[in-house]
Ligand binder design. Structure first.
Ligand SMILES: O=C(O)CCC(=O)c1ccccc1C(=O)O
Ligand SMILES: [Mg+2]
Length: 331
């Protein structure tokens, strides 16, 4: 577990979480990260709602940090906002070029698009065709390879993809990112998995592995952790991009609140993923021409019923909650 920025707040008793949690399954409009449905657990506390939604394949140690974030959201006040809305990017899954216009139509006014590339089973030609289709409709394009390229493949891809705002996690390891940055100083490199799945989210600094840091609130343990990490990164001239982990409207609102509290925000944030869901537990933050407005939504009781996960998934998530609570209690 990433214990570098553990919360100072007291851990609520397990019963307080168990008695106030709901597991829902949100349908996606298009496949994303290989999934068509996203399961999340929502927990109500004295300060509102938190979201506990580590991906199913994550182990308990890693998932416990996501629980810390859910608890911070529901058991403590939001950080102080310095802006009322946050600029966001359109997110384009690894779709066919013919589907690009339909995807982008869900993000009216967004001037930056993030395009998924290096998807398993696809080729560089597929990526080039998708990126070209996006660039015809949106002026600024970034790509996210989710660590799918070797250094060599990344260099080949950069030479064919045209101008990029930046490339997010082009390779898997910190050392590869650093090597790629040395070899291709003209393309900005953003670290995502190297921060959110690392025991030490700040290792990228010393390694010289990133120009930009993607920070996700849940895997980093909450808003205060993100603000602390962003402060250190800014001292090394590494700006942050706050992004979603495919959160429900509840998690998105916490991400928007966190982004709104950052002293500096240079890049559009990856928080517009609500638009990839066909249904949600609450109205997501208002969309204002490419920006998301800071709000604190409440889950709609009828949506919690409508989207309620089946019995075996309820049990699975409640068991996971028990185990992750034990991890937090022991550290
Ligand atoms: O950054 C965005 O625009 C959307 C968020 C996103 O891409 C994402 C969502 C869930 C899991 C992983 C990722 C990722 O950035 O790799
Ligand atoms: Mg990413």
């Amino acid at each position: 577990m990433n214990t570098h920025f553990r919360s100072a707040a007291a851990l609520p008793p397990l019963a307080a979480l168990m008695d106030n949690c709901h597991v829902v399954t949100l349908p996606m409009r298009v496949r994303f990260r290989g999934v068509t449905h996203r399961e999340v657990m929502l927990i109500e506390g004295p300060f509102g709602w938190g979201e506990f939604a580590p991906f199913p394949e994550y182990g308990d140690d890693e998932a416990a940090t996501w629980l810390q974030s859910a608890i911070a959201a529901a058991w403590s006040p939001r950080p102080l906002a310095v802006r009322a809305a946050v600029e966001v990017n359109a997110t384009v899954p690894a779709v066919q070029p013919e589907q690009v216009a339909e995807v982008l139509a869900r993000f009216p006014g967004a001037t930056t698009a993030k395009v998924k590339v290096a998807e398993k089973g696809q080729t560089l030609a597929d990526d080039v065709a998708r990126v070209d289709a996006v660039r015809q409709l949106v002026p600024s394009v970034r790509v996210d390879a989710n660590g799918g390229w070797t250094v060599h493949e990344a260099i080949a891809a950069f030479s064919e993809l045209g101008p990029l705002e930046y490339a997010e996690q082009p390779c898997r390891t910190v050392d590869e990112l650093a090597e790629l940055r040395r070899q291709v100083p003209t393309v900005k490199i953003a670290a995502d998995e190297s921060i959110r799945r690392s025991d030490d989210p700040l290792r990228i600094i010393e390694a010289g592995a990133a120009d930009i840091a993607v920070v996700k609130v849940a895997p980093l343990g909450g808003a205060n952790q993100v603000l602390a990490i962003a402060d250190i990164l800014s001292q090394h001239n590494i700006p942050v991009v706050v992004s979603s982990a495919l959160d429900s409207a509840i998690g998105i609102a916490y991400g928007v609140a966190t982004a709104a509290a950052l002293p500096q925000l240079k890049f559009a944030c990856g928080l517009a993923t609500s638009r990839l869901f066909a249904d949600d537990v609450a109205e997501p933050p208002n969309w204002d021409n490419g920006r998301l407005v800071v709000t604190t939504p409440q889950p709609d009781p009828s949506a919690l019923r409508r989207l309620r996960a089946n019995h075996s998934r309820q049990t699975w998530w409640r068991d996971r909650l028990v185990r992750c609570h034990a991890v937090l209690a022991a550290t």
